[in-house]
Design a binder for this molecule. Structure first.
Ligand SMILES: Cc1cc2nc3c(=O)[nH]c(=O)nc-3n(C[C@H](O)[C@H](O)[C@H](O)COP(=O)(O)OP(=O)(O)OC[C@H]3O[C@@H](n4cnc5c(N)ncnc54)[C@H](O)[C@@H]3O)c2cc1C
Length: 472
């Protein structure tokens, strides 16, 4: 029925417009008023793609083998891979496909499991297990995205190569150790470069050198999200948007997924892919992650070619506690993100903050103006890794959250691992469920206090020991 859902189509630049997603008090979007007054403007990603399909709301009870809850990258990937295995799957999304973090992120493809990099994996696991986990979250995650793009013939605006730029000489030691750990685990895509070599790649005086990684890169994340759903529908999948799930209950003959407008009976399994909202649906009420707000802006077309800032079009993360990250996007615009806050900052505050950061990194730009600015929500676990769970007695219930503002590539890979686990193909997902997570006392209620307190603590530690690299 949905087999011909079109592929995402890129525009040469943007069309300023109203968003097709619901207005959500947690996440706001802004466009420069000179482009028109919009009640709820589309962000850069939605504005730079042609309008896409709106799926119906569920209006009658349904039955299928697996229900996937949440139409972000994780849910859409799980749904695609389940459908590719021939499993009768329904995907339900409370808003629109890609309307949350998956269609609002920086689009940077970096390896690792949320905040866990190769060294952390070596510390915690045997050599073989660390190697398997590292490859799963790095080469396999990146390759899978390329394979999906090729298989469904979609343009994801994929670019290869990524830089982590060191703001302190001491951070180069940590980057060198990270590169060494990756080599030890059998992955050799990185090169540590000094201040002058890096200047050929980033025209900024802020950095003391950096790590250049051929494995990572960048993509248009909303195009990826839509491509996954395009593939899912091509394989017979069904999607309901604007259909919020209120509860799930396991019974003798399956799992009943209660939505606002009807019930879907999952005969075999449910996947909870709702990111920081997971605690509302989990069978076990342990809260292992707390939410935080984070922000992105996109400039108006710059007055100099972007290649004068980023000659080889690399996306960049820096090594500050409160990182800056940026990359070029269409029509000579710069996308620039940063900050993590316990309560949501407003548009004025964030515009001023991100404009200040752009001018700090690239003072050679004469007059920068922001055309777009928006917020998004991600969530943090205590140990820094994503929490991957499997519950249920007769019928498995999968749930993944705790992305720490990372995970574009890994959501897609973990979605496939869920489908493989359900089909009994391999033990990839079982590897992830072995990672233990602690309950956070008062969970998300604590976020407005815990986020500034931990940033304050790390900030003081950073001042006392500026060469030690701590990422938030
Ligand atoms: C501003 C920002 C910048 C980021 N930048 C990067 C980056 O550059 N690189 C990177 O790797 N990662 C980045 N991330 C993190 C990355 O976006 C996330 O890890 C990833 O998108 C998580 O995907 P998801 O599918 O789990 O969650 P989401 O995209 O949040 O999707 C969850 C979906 O579930 C739906 N939902 C929630 N509750 C219900 C319910 N009860 N019923 C039905 N549906 C429900 C939501 O509407 C939503 O669409 C960033 C995140 C943010 C917020």
């Amino acid at each position: 029925m949905y087999g011909d859902i079109k592929k995402p189509t890129h525009l040469d630049d943007v069309v300023f417009k109203e968003s097709k997603a619901y207005k959500n008090s947690n996440e706001w979007s802004w466009v420069n008023p000179k482009h028109g007054e919009f009640d709820h403007p589309a962000n850069y990603y939605e504005s730079s793609l042609e309008d896409w399909h709106c799926f119906d709301t569920l209006t009658a009870d349904q039955e299928c083998d697996v229900v996937v809850i949440g139409g972000g990258l994780l849910g859409s990937s799980a749904a695609l891979h389940l459908a590719e295995h021939g499993i009768d799957t329904i995907l339900v999304e409370k808003n629109r496909i890609g309307s949350a973090a998956s269609g609002r992120n920086g689009g940077q493809l970096t390896p690792g499991l949320a905040r866990w990099e190769a060294e952390e994996m070596i510390k915690r696991f045997s050599y073989e297990d660390a190697k398997k986990l590292w490859h799963f979250t790095s080469t396999e995650a990146m390759t899978l995205i390329d394979q999906i793009a090729e298989k469904y013939d979609v343009n994801l605006a994929r670019k290869r190569g990524h830089i982590t730029a060191a703001v302190h000489e001491g951070h180069l030691i940590a980057l060198t150790q990270g590169a060494d750990a990756r080599k030890y685990l059998g992955e050799d895509h990185t090169k540590v470069v000094g201040e002058y070599e890096l200047k050929a790649l980033i025209k900024s005086d802020l950095y003391k050198g950096g790590l250049v990684d051929d494995l990572g890169g960048h993509i248009h994340p909303l195009a990826l999200n839509r491509a996954l759903v395009h593939g899912f529908c091509k394989n017979g999948g069904q999607v309901f948007e604007q259909t919020e799930v209120n509860s799930i209950s396991e019974q003798a003959d399956g799992i009943y997924v209660q939505t606002v407008t009807g019930v879907i009976k999952a005969r075999k399994s449910v996947v909870i892919a709702v990111h920081h909202n997971a605690f509302k649906l989990l069978p076990e009420k342990k809260q292992t992650a707390i939410p935080f707000h984070t922000y992105i802006a996109v400039t108006a077309p710059l007055d100099v070619p972007i290649t004068e800032l980023l000659p080889q079009d690399h996306p960049v993360y820096d090594t500050q506690l409160q990182i800056d990250y940026y990359r070029g996007v269409s029509n000579n615009r710069l996308l620039f993100g940063g900050q993590g806050t316990g309560t949501s900052w407003g548009v004025g505050h964030i515009n001023q903050y991100l404009l200040g950061r752009v001018n700090k990194v690239f003072p050679q730009l004469n007059k920068v103006e922001m055309d777009f600015c928006w917020s998004g929500v991600s969530d943090l676990t205590m140990n820094g890794a994503t929490d991957n769970r499997k519950f249920g007695n007769k019928y498995p219930i999968y749930a993944v959250h705790g992305w720490s503002g990372h995970g574009v590539a890994q959501t897609v890979r973990i979605g496939k691992a869920i489908a493989d686990d359900f089909s009994g193909k391999n033990a990839d997902y079982a590897m992830l469920t072995k990672i233990q997570h602690s309950d956070i006392l008062f969970g998300r209620l604590l976020a407005p206090l815990a986020i500034p307190m931990s940033k304050g603590w790390y900030g003081v530690t950073g001042m006392l020991n500026p060469g030690k690299m701590v990422s938030f």
